[in-house]
Design a protein around this ligand. Sequence first.
Ligand code: NDP
Ligand code: MG
Length: 400
Amino acid sequence: MLTPTSSPKKNIAILGSTGSIGVQALEVVEKNPDRFQIEVLSAGTQGQKLIEQALKFKPNAVVIGDESQYNTVNEALWSAGIKVFAGKNALASIVESSEIDLVLNALVGYSGLEPTLRAIDAGKTIALANKETLVVAGELVNRRLQEKNVSMIPVDSEHSAIFQCLVGEYANPIECIYLTASGGPFRGKTKADLGQVTVQQALKHPNWSMGAKITIDSATLMNKGFEVIEAKWLFGLDASQIKVIVHPQSIIHSIVQFNDGSMKAQMGLPDMKLPIQYALAYPDRIPSDFPRFNFMNYPNLSFEAPDMETFPCLGLAFEAMKREGTAACRLNAANEVAVEAFLKEKIRFLDIPLLLAHCLEDGPHRITPDYQDYVDTDIETRRMAWSWTENVKSKTIYTS
Ligand code: NDP
Ligand code: MG
């Protein structure tokens, strides 16, 4: 019989503790005080929420990204003995603290890359929610992980599913994996239907409650495209081994098919707390009171092919993988601009893939990039993308 590992308490840094993943991670920590101790918390702009979290979880230090809020946060926390730091550089260096065992990177977008690299260099185990880290610089990140012999545990539900299916299968070749996709709020719609979609409609995900950026990415299927790239780097796969299948109920979180044809799937109700808890507690499984799946509530699980014509962002991810180098970095930078511009109603929903295709095609390409190449590509592509959004009306894209 297997006996549970009696692991010592893990000291955890949560980068992005005020976001959707960060808050759910703190719920997991709160339920398991004998397992986890919060060492560091960080926020971007939500200083007040960070203060409340810090007073409750008593970390050693916090970082507020927005430097103008340093005094407010410091005044609220100094008497509790909590150190306060501010700004981008502080966020990147705090992960090196010797007290930290595991860094949960729950930042959104490109901002997650540097802290991930610094945490790897400092030898910290990474629980990765910030998929953009691997989209932007997967090759560099993998190289550093190997050099430093550091583990990266996925938090993204599909990748957690694949990771869980692979436990005990390390020597067995993978034939392919199936990443499942809900299809997002616009599944079944045509391009004509999507011409006039509003920000509010795009922000309504059918199965998951998440931050604004990933919710828009789910509506365009860019999120699934990013997850394909994420899977390539996490599991050492070729693009041809990664399939996407639309599964609207989001019960099967993903599937591995081995070279004997056998398929393993990981299932459960859609609740991010499960993959978060798995990543924090790995290699142990710890009890939870999360709601359990009832087969009678789901008499039919269905599957369909993704509509790559109506949602070209998924195809753009495969194109970026084919081009290698900084192509996926360009795609990510263009997408961050496109999502922000869409949320600000500067461009329309159908402009998003057009902007991405433009930056993928014409943006700066570097074939064997180092870290600085990624930084430069990100900056140059953003400039190019913003300039595109400024001129979008004059490009006769608006036909209505
Ligand atoms: P949110 O937008 O909800 O949270 C992002 C967090 O990062 C917030 O704490 C925010 O701070 C902080 N932050 C944002 N930008 C910066 C910055 N420039 N500097 C410092 N801190 C910053 O995102 P999610 O939690 O939804 O997603 C986080 C990551 O996890 C993303 O990469 C996403 O793709 C991935 N993911 C999310 C899932 C989900 O269910 N939400 C599921 C699977 C993956 P503040 O709010 O204080 O400004
Ligand atoms: Mg996912």
